[in-house]
Design a protein around this ligand. Structure first.
Ligand SMILES: C[S@@+](CC[C@H](N)C(=O)[O-])C[C@H]1O[C@@H](n2cnc3c(N)ncnc32)[C@H](O)[C@@H]1O
Length: 277
C-alpha cells in the first residue's frame, strides 16, 4: 500500500469520471496485462487505479495535443513546470495575455504551465476552443485557485514515469493493444437529445460516425482477446449500437458535475459496456 493519497487529476475536465469511478472500478477485470486509456482527458480512472496499485504498465492517449503535451511535460520536466507556474500571478490581465499566446510557439514546459494555469483560473475549468482551435474561455472568479499544487504535480510525475503518453485518435489502439490487455474508453458522450450537444472537446467534435467506429474498434479488440470497458450516455442510439454480442450493457446513476449548460446538476443514467462478465 502506498501511504500517499495523491496523485489526483491535475486538470478539471469536462466529462471527468470522478462521479462514476466506483462503478468503473467495480467492473474492472480481475487480471490483465497492459492498461490503455485512449480518451484520457483528466485521467480520473487512471489516477484512481494507480493510487490503488492496480496497474503495472499503461498507455494513455488523447487527440488533444495540448493536453498530451501537458502530461509529457509533467512526466519529464515536473520541476520546471512547477517553477514556471510559481511565477504566474493570479490576475485577469495576466490570464488574457497568456491566453493570447499560441501554444505552438511556446516550449513544452511553458505550454504545459499555460494549460494548467488557464484550466485552473478560467471560467468553470472548461477547455473550449473556437473554430481556429484557440482557447477562448474567460477569466474565472476563483479567489485563490490551486494552479501550482506542487505536491500533487510531483505525485502525478511519479505516476507517469513508466507510462507511454501518445497524441493519437482512439482507433490507433487497435495497433497497440495485445491479447490480455484491458482498454477503458471514455468517449465524448452521444447527446441524449438534439439540444444537449456537448461535444466541444476538440475543434473537430465527435459525431455518430465516430461512435460507430468506436463500437467497431471494440469488436476488433474482442476478436483479439482484449478486454474493453466503455462508458457512454444512455442515448437510444448507443444502446442500439451495443445490443450485439459480445457486449453487456449496464445502467448506472452518475452525479454529473459539468453538463451542457453548467446548470441542472443531478443524477443521470449512464451506460457501462463491457465485453466480459
Ligand atoms: C469524456 S472526455 C474523457 C474524460 C476522462 N475520462 C476524465 O476522467 O477526465 C473525452 C476525451 O476524448 C478526447 N477525444 C475526442 N475525440 C477523440 C478522438 N477521435 N480520439 C481520441 N481522443 C478524442 C477529448 O480530447 C477528451 O479529452
Amino acid at each position: 500500500m502506498r501511504a500517499q493519497i495523491t496523485p489526483r487529476p491535475f486538470l478539471k475536465w469536462a466529462g471527468g469520471k470522478t462521479q462514476l469511478i466506483e462503478e468503473l472500478v467495480r467492473r474492472m477485470p480481475l487480471q490483465f496485462e497492459n492498461y490503455h486509456e485512449p480518451f484520457i482527458g483528466g485521467g480520473a480512472l487512471f489516477f484512481k487505479l494507480y493510487r490503488e496499485n492496480k496497474i503495472r504498465r499503461a498507455t494513455i492517449s488523447d487527440l488533444n495535443a495540448e493536453l498530451i503535451d501537458t502530461y509529457i511535460a509533467i512526466r519529464d520536466h515536473v520541476a520546471d513546470v512547477i517553477g514556471t507556474l510559481a511565477e504566474f500571478p493570479h490576475r485577469a490581465e495576466f490570464f488574457y495575455r497568456l491566453r493570447a499566446q499560441a501554444p505552438a510557439e511556446l516550449d513544452l514546459v511553458h505550454r504545459a504551465a499555460r494549460m494548467i494555469y488557464l484550466n485552473k483560473t478560467g471560467y468553470n475549468g472548461l477547455y473550449r476552443v473556437n473554430r481556429r482551435g484557440q482557447f477562448n474561455v474567460p477569466f474565472g472568479s476563483y479567489k485563490s485557485p490551486q494552479y501550482c499544487d506542487e505536491v500533487n504535480l510531483h505525485a502525478v510525475a511519479r505516476a507517469l514515469q513508466n507510462v507511454a503518453i501518445v497524441c493519437a485518435p482512439f482507433d490507433q489502439i487497435v495497433e497497440r493493444a495485445a491479447p490480455g490487455d484491458w482498454v477503458y474508453f471514455d468517449p465524448p458522450y452521444a447527446p441524449l437529445s438534439a439540444t444537449s450537444n456537448f461535444t466541444a472537446y476538440h475543434a473537430t467534435g465527435f459525431g455518430f460516425a465516430d461512435q460507430i467506429k468506436l463500437r467497431d474498434v471494440c469488436v476488433a479488440l474482442d476478436a483479439r482477446a482484449v478486454r474493453v470497458m466503455i462508458s457512454n450516455s444512455s442515448a437510444e442510439s448507443i444502446r442500439a449500437l451495443y445490443a450485439v454480442a459480445p457486449f453487456r450493457i449496464e445502467q448506472v446513476l452518475a452525479n454529473r458535475a459539468i453538463n451542457s449548460n453548467g446548470k441542472g446538476r443531478g443524477k443521470l443514467v449512464e451506460l457501462i459496456i463491457t465485453n466480459y462478465a
